[in-house]
Design a protein around this ligand. Structure first.
Ligand code: ARG
Length: 474
């Protein structure tokens, strides 16, 4: 009969269409380094507890490392009839080391094996993502510092609202991506838990030492319940949730870069190296990178929603449906990483049109709140001040002028509390620097925020995942 490790009870060969339909090798082959590392740790543990001999463990490990080299070098034959990476490696091991290979799968199932591989893969990825977020946060702090004195309109409802520093705006993104880094570090605690030894679902009759396997693979904890160990994909869902929120931040920033590059805004120009042209309109310089990031955000949301939907009705414990987790996880991982990489390269090349930003902040009554605040300073209650300034704005609009362009005579007509120092009060620099409330846009505040961020970035180990934060919860 055929050659499948599970075909003992079968009397017919698998239909070839079934092989093609059930095979996941083209997707899960990228798990091979983890599969091999996990298998080596497993056979060492089996030898330690006496289920196999040290000599057998040595032979198995040597064969496994040889297979790893073949895979690294691309000298490995893949075959749909062997379903997945786990069976490929085991089948190749049999060719390499002979009958002893048949002992590797003692006290183990593909169900706990695939959970182990996925967790090892994702813990590496998560650490790399935290590192790249660290790089991105540094880029944002650099930009903030460079633009500490660039004044721009701050918006609500995409209407000009109050002037802010562009440095303050960049630091807002710094905060978002810092929260993302924390979310990934937190999810890592639950990813970094060792499931092997759950076997198919119920644990095993062999006297295995799961803590030893965990130690060999640098896991701080082992999973507590064998059924949960093979049924759980929360760690993927958490990563993809954190990735989705992170992509929201990328997408919002991209939307702004796109708007700011338009002729309507003219706030920034993307470097030629990070923009593309049109095949028909010679004058065009398009912000395709931020547009694609905005578009890819939808892909990552889709991956998350697909995995949530995949998991939501599965009875305990492992079900083959779960093989569909990997294309989704890998897509989310690859998309997030590519967005991180390109943004880190693109942002420092942005040219800021400071004059246009400043000009935009000077037009559209962005100092109306400050005129009301001035009146409050003169003892007028805020609501009355609001209404007085409202009348002044209506008047100025009818004159086609800004508030600060009205004469003292015109302004003081709205309230006898208005003195000549009103004009000082309404300059952009004054408006910015009076916003000294904690977290406000005053230059000193932004400078402090930049200094605090720099200190945090210096203290943050590059690999937050390797610190105390990374302790398992079990
Ligand atoms: N390729 C499978 C997956 O990714 C591995 C586990 C298969 N287990 C099984 N009992 N068929 O989920």
């Amino acid at each position: 009969m055929s050659d499948k490790p599970w075909d003992g009870r079968f009397s017919e060969r698998t239909d070839t269409s079934v092989e093609a339909f059930t095979s996941s090798i083209q997707i899960d082959k990228r798990l091979y380094p983890y599969d091999i590392e996990g298998s080596v740790a497993h056979c060492r543990m089996l030898a330690k507890v006496g289920v196999i001999t040290d000599a057998e463990s040595g032979e198995l490990a040597e064969g496994l490392w040889r297979i790893k080299r073949e895979l690294d070098q691309g000298n490995f034959q893949f075959d749909d009839s062997l379903e997945d990476i786990h069976m490929h490696i085991e089948a190749r091991l049999l060719q390499q080391v002979g009958k002893v290979a048949q002992k590797l799968h003692t006290a183990r199932s593909r169900n706990d094996q695939v959970a182990l591989d996925a967790r090892m893969f994702l813990r590496d990825v998560t650490r790399r993502v935290i590192e790249r977020l660290h790089d991105l946060r540094k880029v944002l702090v650099d930009l903030a510092e460079k633009n500490i004195d660039t004044v721009m309109p701050g918006y609500t409802h995409l209407q000009r609202a109050q002037p802010v520093l562009l440095g303050h705006h960049w630091m807002a993104y710094y905060e978002m991506f810092s929260r993302d880094a924390e979310r990934f570090a937190d999810s890592l605690k639950r990813t970094n838990v060792m499931p092997l030894g759950a076997a198919a679902l119920a644990g095993t009759t062999y006297p295995i030492d799961r803590h030893h396997t965990a130690e060999l693979l640098d896991f701080p904890a082992v999973s507590a319940n064998s059924m949960d160990s093979v049924a759980d994909r929360d760690f993927m869902l958490e990563f993809m949730s954190a990735a989705s929120i992170c992509m929201v931040h990328f997408s919002r920033m991209s939307e702004e870069l796109i708007l700011w590059s338009s002729a309507e805004f003219r706030f920034i120009e993307l470097a030629d190296a990070f923009a593309t042209g049109s095949s028909i309109m010679p004058q065009k310089k398009n912000p395709d990178i931020p547009e694609l990031i905005r578009g890819k955000t939808g892909r990552v949301f889709g991956d998350l929603v697909a995995l949530l939907t995949l998991m939501k009705s599965l009875p305990m414990t492992y079900n083959r449906d779960m093989q569909e987790d990997k294309p989704l996880l890998f897509d989310a991982v690859d998309t997030l990483q590519s967005c991180l990489d390109i943004t880190i390269k693109m942002l420092p090349t942005l040219a800021v049109n400071r004059e246009n930003m400043r000009q935009a902040a000077s037009v559209g009554f962005l100092n109306a709140t400050d005129m009301a605040d001035y009146l409050v300073g003169q003892g007028v209650p805020f609501r009355s001040a609001h209404s007085i300034v409202g009348q002044a704005v209506a008047y100025a609009l009818a004159q086609g002028k800004e508030l600060h362009a009205l004469s003292f005579k015109e302004l003081s007509g709205f309230s006898k509390q208005i003195q000549t120092d009103i004009f000082d009060h309404l300059t952009l620099e004054n408006m910015i620097d009076r916003r000294r409330s904690a977290g406000g846009t005053a230059t000193d505040n932004v400078r402090d925020a930049i200094a605090a961020a720099r200190q945090r970035l210096a203290e943050d180990p590059r690999r937050e995942g390797k610190t105390a934060d990374d302790k398992g919860t079990h």
